[in-house]
Design a binder for this molecule. Sequence first.
Ligand SMILES: *[C@@H]1O[C@H](CO)[C@@H](O)[C@H](O)[C@H]1NC(C)=O
Ligand SMILES: *[C@@H]1O[C@H](CO)[C@@H](O)[C@H](O)[C@H]1NC(C)=O
Ligand SMILES: *[C@@H]1O[C@H](CO)[C@@H](O)[C@H](O)[C@H]1NC(C)=O
Ligand SMILES: *[C@@H]1O[C@H](CO)[C@@H](O)[C@H](O)[C@H]1NC(C)=O
Ligand SMILES: *[C@@H]1O[C@H](CO)[C@@H](O)[C@H](O)[C@H]1NC(C)=O
Ligand SMILES: *[C@@H]1O[C@H](CO)[C@@H](O)[C@H](O)[C@H]1NC(C)=O
Ligand SMILES: *[C@@H]1O[C@H](CO)[C@@H](O)[C@H](O)[C@H]1NC(C)=O
Ligand SMILES: *[C@@H]1O[C@H](CO)[C@@H](O)[C@H](O)[C@H]1NC(C)=O
Ligand SMILES: CC(=O)N[C@H]1CO[C@H](CO)[C@@H](O)[C@@H]1O
Length: 327
Amino acid sequence: MKLILCAVLFGAVATEASDPPKSPICGHCNCTNGEKNSFDVYCSGKSGEQDLFSEKNWKSAKNEAYNYNYTSLSFQNGWLPNLTQTFPSLSLISLDLSYNHINSIGKNVFINLTNMRTLILSHNDLENIDPDAFKATDKEGKPVGLNNLKELRLDYNKIHTLDPNMTEYVIEIEILSLANNPLHLSDTDTVLAISKLSNLKELYLQYTNIKTLPDNILHTLMHLQVLDLSGNPIAEMPKTLSQGKNLTRLFMNNTGFVNLTEETGFPLLPKLKELHLCRNQHLQRLEKHSLSGLIQLATLKLSDNIDLVSIDPMAIAKSMNHTVFRQ
Ligand SMILES: *[C@@H]1O[C@H](CO)[C@@H](O)[C@H](O)[C@H]1NC(C)=O
Ligand SMILES: *[C@@H]1O[C@H](CO)[C@@H](O)[C@H](O)[C@H]1NC(C)=O
Ligand SMILES: *[C@@H]1O[C@H](CO)[C@@H](O)[C@H](O)[C@H]1NC(C)=O
Ligand SMILES: *[C@@H]1O[C@H](CO)[C@@H](O)[C@H](O)[C@H]1NC(C)=O
Ligand SMILES: *[C@@H]1O[C@H](CO)[C@@H](O)[C@H](O)[C@H]1NC(C)=O
Ligand SMILES: *[C@@H]1O[C@H](CO)[C@@H](O)[C@H](O)[C@H]1NC(C)=O
Ligand SMILES: *[C@@H]1O[C@H](CO)[C@@H](O)[C@H](O)[C@H]1NC(C)=O
Ligand SMILES: *[C@@H]1O[C@H](CO)[C@@H](O)[C@H](O)[C@H]1NC(C)=O
Ligand SMILES: CC(=O)N[C@H]1CO[C@H](CO)[C@@H](O)[C@@H]1O
């Protein structure tokens, strides 16, 4: 008798675990069921408004109490020009809202997504980001930031300036992409906004039309490991590069260098392991010691430099100048 009861109970539990009640969002979008009954939601070409912001859509109609573990949402190719509605409280770790024609983000949109580590807003129409866009509030109602956010991707928008009051709320991020935006990096607010992000490990600035980096920015971003400056009209080595003591990977494809010498070449970058210097249409000569500061270099990519006529045999050889400063 006991044995039968156990079998019946076990059966019921097993069905519930493998087949949770379906939520409306998984009817409109594609949900994949991952580990520990977590869900990854993928949606393309939906209007957005009705689907995303109603809490009911994320619950089971049959069993309101059923607690879904939504780990990621990718909502693309929709129409969300004014992103002003607040997402319901979801356990999302990753949110991808690329290709949605977003041109403004209102206050408190992400306030309930307190677990979010990755936010992708690529390929939208953002020009300005509201200073309070990433503001959240704690249990007492005090303003705090998205304190779990580690990765923010804003590439392929129309951003020219950043507001320091905006980055204040994403202060913990380690990865920031601003690639393919018409950035004004000479604007002091924008520099201040980026400088505040002192935990940054990866910064993507390719195709932002910048001519150099602001002085001392790598002194502030002292943990930076990966920097992409490709596709910018940079003709002189940015002065602050010598402060990139923790840089391990540097990308400078398609820039404006012509002749790099010991004086105009790379500074001492003691941890740099990988350098990409490809597709530099104007690059002609890599002179003696132009790369000697890269004392740990393991990978050097130099492809498709159509004007490169001379690489000095001592271009990368050890230079006393660089060993003297080595600690
Ligand atoms: C949700 O799912 C993720 C991925 O499987 C897992 O790491 C996390 O612990 C789950 N959260 C809860 C509350 O079950
Ligand atoms: C769901 O996936 C199918 C097959 O990949 C795709 O054709 C469909 O557009 C997806 N639906 C949504 C709403 O993204
Ligand atoms: C978005 O908001 C602006 C003003 O904040 C308004 O002028 C515009 O019409 C709105 N666009 C849409 C599509 O709702
Ligand atoms: C940031 O906020 C402070 C206080 O609200 C304000 O005085 C300042 O002008 C703001 N900064 C910018 C760049 O908007
Ligand atoms: C960056 O370099 C400084 C000194 O050069 C060091 O103290 C610090 O721990 C480094 N940070 C990381 C993340 O490696
Ligand atoms: C240039 O740099 C990028 C990193 O942004 C790298 O992935 C790419 O392979 C490099 N090379 C060329 C030829 O573009
Ligand atoms: C680069 O070096 C070549 C050979 O020394 C020289 O003719 C040319 O003027 C230099 N170009 C620049 C921009 O320094
Ligand atoms: C050190 O650098 C200076 C100028 O940058 C140069 O004149 C000198 O020859 C270099 N010394 C060595 C040993 O490379
Ligand atoms: C579902 C949920 O938790 N919604 C909350 C989102 O954040 C706002 C502002 O703090 C709350 O009012 C909602 O209750």
